[in-house]
Design a protein around this ligand. Structure first.
Ligand SMILES: CCCCCCCCCCCCCCCCCCCCCCC/C=C/C(=O)SCCNC(=O)CCNC(=O)[C@H](O)C(C)(C)COP(=O)(O)OP(=O)(O)OC[C@H]1O[C@@H](n2cnc3c(N)ncnc32)[C@H](O)[C@@H]1OP(=O)(O)O
Ligand SMILES: Cc1cc2nc3c(=O)[nH]c(=O)nc-3n(C[C@H](O)[C@H](O)[C@H](O)COP(=O)(O)OP(=O)(O)OC[C@H]3O[C@@H](n4cnc5c(N)ncnc54)[C@H](O)[C@@H]3O)c2cc1C
Length: 682
């Protein structure tokens, strides 16, 4: 095989790196957010990569049981490392990130604990949190049912208060009320935070607004023990298990998404999380006086983490696709010269470079989301709930946009890698399978856009009554001007201005939202009209979210960015991000009348010239994500570019090749070849 080991991959990537026009080490710091974050990430990625327990390349070949058991082993080992090394919260979270395997821990730490923090009284927190932090109980978040997910008001599980014993009786009255999907529920959890309709004092207080009180479903949370702490068997009245294999090899199959039925299961009254509302010993329902929005904390928190995570997942895919596009060569042979690298092709660049730009854009909007979340928490502590609707709209909308683009982007990267992208050893099929449910969980992406649309319609109606919108909706206060003054640029170069870009995105978003508001205002029935114009409303919401991402990228650019050439190349990426959105959404910009077709054509010209500036820096831009080969788990994305020998080697290790003549030959191939089917035992 001597000729195969002498491939050009390594020398090609060395040459690519030599062309870089910016300081990659400085860019690594921008990507990490700070030197301190980088230090933590560096420590954890090496720890994981060097620990054989965290091996993951075999995942696509494992059957479900082995996959799951292996995942339990990793989780136990990770927990031991966390304790033995006294890891901080940031380190533990970074460790989980680099282990790169969905497990019950995600729900225990990511939803069970935040739900208790958000919805339990101080007394209740004192009871449950220490056990949860020690992991002497394992919890999950059981909201969705077989019959309802998006429509949480349609949930059917019942919690009926029995004053004679001071207990709630949890019951699953119908098949469709079976809890379905909660991660960690299937096999690992001992407890869950479960959502149920509260029935007390002869009244059903949830969830359809049958009572005059508005009771948010998030308020009606109960802690339900489901498995014995002695032998892990289901407790009396509990039927629980795993819902089965999910999409893709590996993927999300390391997670035990579960089902759960309650058959008149009794829990103490105090297991209702009572920060927002309580039930007295006599069975009276009492609101605490705290705003209902406090109960939304867990959702807002998780949607924030999902936005932050989107850039990580997309960064993996674009690293693989970029390195491989540099290594891969097709066509264009000049005698004596190598073939053309596929990254040189205009179409490859126009599909790949905007995804690199999106990765950076999502990083910066994620950074901002973290600060927005910290801000809203501090305000809530001080009893200021004024920004919560905006934070809810931002987390919902940005979760929707970033996960949709990331999932589609991973799939696009797979296609950018041609046939080899389809093999599991490219890392891309498993990445897609593990990531794509993010478009559904924590709120279906379309449903979440409607939350943004409602927020925009409310903001516009307030503008009508003289109130100034603030924060991300502030531009709507300027709607008169934005809706009437069109873009004035006549030269392509004028597109390379942050003010021009922002005004274009503001005008488009304001015009789309304004048009929806007008239609709704003319309709006799607002709710029916919301449904009739739902597609337009979703478009307006999407435009608003894209505006936020563009604005946050520009804000980043207007801050101090150190390092040779770093700000310059980020500026190019910022324009690529925005101008590619202009290209994709040309119909919006044209139909709202803000841009002419000539101006769109100028934008496309600028985009092409930006690609030329990205080209020599492409490999370095993905190197700056600083992913280890272990984390990427991709032969195509190897740092050294040594693709072909390793593809060949991997095929040799395929278990099907363990025997030269395949098992099944005698029974199923030979009879076909020898035309002996009728005599065989088929
Ligand atoms: C092997 C490895 C081992 C490693 C080991 C390492 C160990 C340790 C490591 C530790 C680190 C761990 C790190 C953890 C990381 C965490 C990662 C998390 C992972 C994520 C996994 C996700 C799993 C999935 C979970 C789920 O899916 S849970 C279920 C989610 N369900 C939904 O989202 C349902 C969607 N539907 C809705 O949200 C609502 O129904 C609706 C909002 C769409 C509509 O609701 P409704 O109809 O009731 O209401 P209205 O539209 O009328 O609105 C009422 C008013 O309320 C406001 N509102 C609504 N929602 C919110 C909100 N969230 N916040 C604020 N306000 C809200 C509306 O705006 C309305 O307001 P108004 O009345 O003023 O208009
Ligand atoms: C991998 C994974 C992990 C999960 N983990 C958990 C967990 O830990 N805990 C938990 O409680 N749940 C969990 N879920 C459930 C998840 O939260 C729900 O699946 C999600 O909220 C979507 O709800 P649904 O399944 O009811 O979708 P549906 O609402 O049935 O959606 C089906 C389709 O209908 C559309 N649709 C629905 N309503 C409307 C409308 N009003 N207008 C227009 N279109 C509409 C949707 O856009 C979608 O296209 C998980 C799901 C997955 C896939």
């Amino acid at each position: 095989m001597a000729d195969m080991t002498e491939t050009m991959g390594p020398s090609t990537l060395r040459e690519e790196r030599s062309k870089t026009q910016f300081d990659v080490e400085a860019m690594k710091l921008v990507w990490a957010g700070s030197a301190a974050h980088k230090k933590v990430a560096d420590k954890m990625k090496v720890l994981v990569a060097n620990d054989p327990v965290f091996e993951k390349s075999s995942r696509p070949r494992l059957d479900r049981k082995s996959l799951y058991k292996n995942s339990l082993r990793k989780a136990a080992h990770a927990w031991k490392l966390i304790q033995d090394n006294h890891l901080t919260e940031e380190e533990a979270s970074s460790l989980r990130h680099y282990i790169d395997e969905p497990s019950y821990n995600d729900l225990h730490w990511g939803m069970f604990i935040p739900a208790i923090k958000g919805q339990a009284t101080e007394e209740q927190q004192k009871k449950w949190l220490p056990q949860a932090y020690k992991m002497s109980i394992i919890g999950c978040y059981a909201q969705t049912e077989l019959g309802h997910g998006s429509n949480v008001q349609g949930l059917e599980t019942q919690a009926v208060f029995d004053p004679s014993t001071d207990e709630f009786v949890l019951n699953s009255p119908t098949l469709t009320s079976t809890k379905w999907w909660p991660g960690g529920l299937g096999k690992a959890s001992t407890h869950c935070v479960t959502y149920a309709r509260l029935i007390t004092d002869g009244k059903d207080y949830g969830i359809h607004g049958l009572s005059s009180l508005f009771v948010s479903p998030f308020e009606l949370a109960f802690i339900a023990p489901i498995r014995s702490l002695d032998d892990h068997s289901p407790l009396p009245g509990i039927t629980v298990g795993d819902i089965g294999v999910k999409f893709g090899n590996g993927g999300y199959n390391t997670m035990d998404n579960g089902f759960l039925r309650f058959d008149h299961v009794r829990i103490p009254r105090d297991n209702m999380l009572m920060k927002l509302a309580s039930v007295t010993r006599e069975g009276k329902y009492v609101k605490s006086g705290q705003p209902k929005q406090i109960g939304y904390g867990a959702m807002v928190y998780v949607r924030t983490t999902i936005v932050v995570d989107a850039s990580n997942m997309l960064s993996r895919a674009v690293t693989i696709a970029t390195r491989y596009s540099a290594v891969r060569r097709q066509f264009g042979t000049e005698k004596g010269k190598p073939e053309t690298q596929v990254i040189e092709y205009a179409t490859q660049q126009s599909r790949l470079f905007p995804l690199i730009a999106s990765t950076y854009a999502f990083r910066f909007v994620g950074e901002w989301m973290n600060s927005l979340y910290a801000d809203v928490l501090a305000r809530i502590e001080a009893n200021d709930f004024s920004t919560l609707p905006e934070v809810h709209a931002c987390t919902s909308g940005l979760k929707s946009i970033t996960t949709s683009i990331t999932a589609d982007g991973i799939e696009e990267c797979r296609k950018l890698c041609g046939g080899h992208g389809y093999a599991c050893n490219s890392g891309l099929p498993e990445l897609y399978a593990a990531y794509v449910p993010a478009c559904t969980y924590e709120g279906d992406n379309t449903i979440l856009l409607f939350q943004v649309a409602r927020f925009l319609m409310k903001a516009l109606s307030q503008v009508g009554s003289g109130k100034k919108p603030t924060g991300t909706a502030a531009y709507l206060g300027n709607i008169q001007k934005l809706a009437t003054e069109n873009c004035k640029i006549t030269q392509g170069r004028e597109w390379l201005s942050y003010d021009v870009i922002i005004e274009a995105f503001q005008a488009r978003a304001a015009r789309l939202a304004g048009a929806c508001a007008l239609k709704l205002s003319k309709a006799p029935n607002a709710e029916a009209a919301f449904e009739e114009f739902a597609t337009d409303l979703a478009e307006a919401a999407r435009a608003h979210c894209q505006l936020i991402i563009v604005e946050k990228f520009v804000e980043k650019m207007r801050s101090q960015i150190p390092g040779r050439g770093v700000a310059e190349i980020l500026e190019v990426l910022c324009y690529v991000y925005a101008l590619d959105l202009v290209r994709i959404n040309a119909a919006d910009f044209l139909s709202t009348g803000y841009l002419t077709s000539k101006q769109i054509s100028l934008a496309k010209d600028q985009l092409r010239s930006c690609f030329k500036k990205i080209r020599p820096n492409a490999v370095a831009l993905v190197d700056a994500f600083d992913h280890t080969d272990h984390y990427l788990s991709s032969i195509l994305g190897r740092y050294d570019g040594d693709v072909y020998p390793n593809l060949y080697k991997d095929a040799q290790e395929e278990p099907l090749n363990d025997s030269v003549v395949t098992e099944g030959y005698a029974a199923y191939i030979r009879p076909v070849l020898k035309n002996q089917l009728r005599q065989s035992k088929l």
